[in-house]
Design a protein around this ligand. Structure first.
Ligand code: PA5
Length: 449
């Protein structure tokens, strides 16, 4: 079995191996705590065993629901925010032809997947509804709490649009709700309307939910093999079992290195990719680490850059700005497609020296050259290598990052499974919108304006 790899040699000048190894017993203990539920957030550890416990029946139910949407819809809108959409989008973007979504005029093999409820932009919603106006579309409405404003608002508008185009019964066939088993407005709405529903387990937080129906249903609708994704995740679950020694536990090594670098003043981690398809994987990763670790006035700031694009915007800062960053590069050994650089008789662009080479070779040399330059410039470098971009290795990567995040949060001394800070903006927004129940907060905030 081939698998993702973690290369750490470009950390050595900044962090000697002995310093990493000193933390091994603590990291092993943190990993064990995730399996045994002995530390903070133990009510939210369902994700640890998700890959190995998901049943054949559960997978089939997801695939069946996906088949219904695929047979009825040219476009399916995933309505959700944060952990309720980023995992699906990360996988779908990573495994979909970059231009596939454009080919929606002819007969498509897979429905185009669109997203709503992750912002409150009136223009965005208007443009989305105009786009959907003449298309057979469906909706997957995802909210664990079932009360989040952004998706609830988008769903109200999109449901109205759908019901204005097709019969109530047809609309019902094209809507799936994913929410809590019993609580929240979305549960009430879905039960009242008779939608097909899936449950988000109580013990899995939003940002760890990509391997539940939250991620798996949209991914299956997009025509991606969810079994291989789960299989890949299961491989890393098994490879990082409670008893795994530190040297073999890649997420534990990653977690220790990032925490040791943090202690040495490296307060920002940039996740680097060299493929546009990985942009949303980085968005998912940012949420996973930002929401898990940024609390109690500590935590690495997770940022992401798309190279080589951002080398022409952020490259200067990374090379010579404040030396408070380290980078984790995602590299893909083998691209899925082949494009060879042609000969040009006049060579006016001076590129004949690249003739016959694959474009990926140029990309790889840009990557290597950049890594060397950044290390020389004082930026520690971790490298995560995927043999290729497919379901299995993405599944491995997802579980790798989840496990590392849990271990890293425990090493940092915080609860990586809550997000108390997210409520602050909501309280102010509700007060300003004069939501019933927020009268006192409305008075307080208006006095400040
Ligand atoms: O990870 C999290 O818990 C959050 O990002 C949530 O997923 C996000 O706030 C959406 O919440 P909900 O699914 O309850 O609508």
């Amino acid at each position: 079995m081939d698998h993702i790899q973690l290369h750490i040699k470009d950390v050595a000048v900044f962090l000697p191996e002995e310093e990493i190894l000193k933390q091994a017993p603590q990291a092993v203990e943190c990993n064990r705590a995730l399996h045994e539920g002995t530390r903070a957030g133990s009510d939210f550890l369902g994700w640890v065993s998700l890959p190995s416990t998901i049943t054949e029946e559960a997978l089939r139910e997801i695939e069946d629901a996906a088949a219904v949407l695929r047979s009825r819809c040219e476009a399916v809108v995933v309505v959700g925010i944060g952990g309720s959409y980023l995992g699906a989008r990360a996988v779908i973007d990573a495994l979909t032809d970059s231009f596939n979504w454009l080919q929606d005029t002819g007969r498509r093999k897979d429905p185009v997947i669109l997203y709503a409820g992750n912002n409150i932009s009136e223009d965005y919603l208007h443009e989305l509804m105009s786009y959907l106006d003449d298309k057979p579309f469906g909706l997957i409405n995802i909210s664990k709490s079932g009360t989040t404003t952004e998706p609830a608002l988008a769903f109200r508008l999109l449901k109205d649009l759908l019901e204005s185009k097709v019969s109530k019964e047809e609309a019902r066939q094209r809507i799936v709700a994913i929410t809590d088993a019993a609580r929240g407005a979305l549960r009430t709405l879905a039960d009242t309307e008779g939608y097909k529903t899936f449950v988000i387990p109580d013990n899995v937080g939003g940002r760890y939910s990509v391997l539940t129906p939250v991620g798996l249903l949209p991914i299956a609708v997009a025509g991606i093999n969810i079994r291989k994704l789960v299989e890949g995740a299961r491989e890393i679950e098994q490879a990082t079992a409670s008893s795994t020694a530190f040297d073999f536990n890649l997420p534990a090594i990653y977690a220790v290195i990032r925490n040791e670098l943090y202690k040495r003043g490296k307060k920002i981690e940039i996740l680097v990719n060299y493929h546009p398809r990985l942009h949303f994987l980085a968005e998912w990763w940012k949420q996973l680490y930002g929401e898990s670790e940024g609390k109690e006035n500590v935590g690495i700031f997770p940022a992401a850059v798309d190279f080589t694009t951002d080398l022409h915007s952020m490259g200067q800062w990374i090379q010579e700005g404040e030396r408070t960053i380290f980078e984790t590069v995602l590299t893909i050994r083998q691209p899925n497609q082949k494009v060879v650089i042609p000969h040009d008789a006049r060579d006016l662009d001076g590129l004949n020296y690249l003739e016959g080479k694959r474009v990926d070779e140029v990309n790889k040399m840009a990557e290597l050259g950049t890594r060397i330059a950044h290390v020389d410039g004082g930026v520690p470098n971790l490298l995560i290598e995927l043999p290729e971009l497919n379901e299995q290795y993405l599944g491995q990567l997802i579980y790798f990052f989840e496990k590392a995040c849990g271990i890293s949060g425990y090493l940092l001394g915080i609860n990586p499974f809550d997000q108390p800070g997210v409520e602050a903006y909501k309280k102010n927004m509700f007060a300003l919108l004069e939501k019933p129940g927020f009268e006192e907060a409305t008075r307080t905030i208006k006095a400040r304006l």
